[in-house]
Design a protein around this ligand. Sequence first.
Ligand code: CTP
Length: 410
Amino acid sequence: MNLIGKKIVLGICGGIAAYKTPILVRRLRQAGAEVQVVMTRAATSFVTPTSIAAVSGRAPRDDLFDLQAEASMGHIELARWADCVLIAPATAHLLGQLAGGLASDLLTTLCLATRCPVMLFPAMNNVMWESRPVQANVQRLSEFGYHIFQPDSGEQACGETGPGRLPEPEDITPHVISFLNTSRMLAGLRVLITAGPTREAIDPVRFISNHSSGKQGYAFAEAALDLGADVTLVSGPVALPPPKGAHVIQVQSAEQMLSAVLSKLNSTDVFIGVAAVADYRPKEVHEQKIKRVEQGLDAIPLVANPDIIATVASSPHRPRLVIGFAAETQNTIANAEAKLIRKKLDAIIVNDVADKRIGFNGDNNAATLITATGRKFFDQRPKHWLARDLLLELSSRLTGGLAPTNPLYP
Ligand code: CTP
């Protein structure tokens, strides 16, 4: 894979890591890309426009109101010209501007005006990177569809040690190559995803449910859409907006979720069960509200709900790939492996919800992907980001024996 024929706008912000960008330009060009650099005013204090012009073969742009530059290629034309906008280093200030939807200079204006993917490589002091405002902006930007890459950890220019370093140009370039070559990796595939909790009615006002927020399942839907898939999302009750472009079926109970899933099975290539399905439901739903009685209520008789993913995996209309999700509080890996086998899945993604930093209601998650042939750990990152990384990992491993009997691409 290479970048031949790809047009990249490289945005450079004013951070010390900007000193790495002339080498980055060279690496991108060596891989075959055409590179047009756009610098912020502050970036020119760290790297000179002359060096950038020399390595990129094009005059860098830094002014939205530069008449001469605008006359040769206006900023909207530039936004259309690019196959990808890559910003390295992306400073805390830039993340804040983009998260706020500001168009205060040429670079931020381009990011709003372009339809192409925008990749951000943040670099800053580690305390700044871990601060709540910056992390909130990162989360917001992921939700907006920006692709944010984790900074490297290590010794920083400010003398501190921690996450915040710009990866070396040799390491950024392969990310860009794989990103631009995988951006429509799931095109043509029909992906069916379950998300959120189910609600099992006791009477007209009460139900049994769980803490699932639906965020991880919705993040999978958004990431799959982003990668070009045709997505159907069967969602339990959550407080999230429907992902743009997905076909959404709203359900309440496990039985409704099962029948919605079965109705789509004939036209599904990949099934991802992220829903936290209630295992049991009340044996009967009382027509009227159950009244409080003096002696109390001893029990609500329960019956088992259908196992949706196991039904899908054993169906004659089994999709080519069936992926489960397990939230565990103990014996995480062993429990998930047992589920992989018991439910006849091709892969299971497991997270430890006993870990307070991740899990049900948070915006971040960490997970282990388990298949018949091995495991891979994905450390803590925003749920959108995790979903994309997992989908890319799954699709790139398909030819490598992930599901030999159910290859995604025959
Ligand atoms: N699942 C399902 N239908 C169910 C229960 C679970 O489709 N009735 C799916 C989930 O969407 C998930 C996977 O099975 O993909 C694992 O869910 P989990 O709740 O961990 O599995 P359970 O079989 O309910 O196991 P546990 O005994 O831990 O509750």
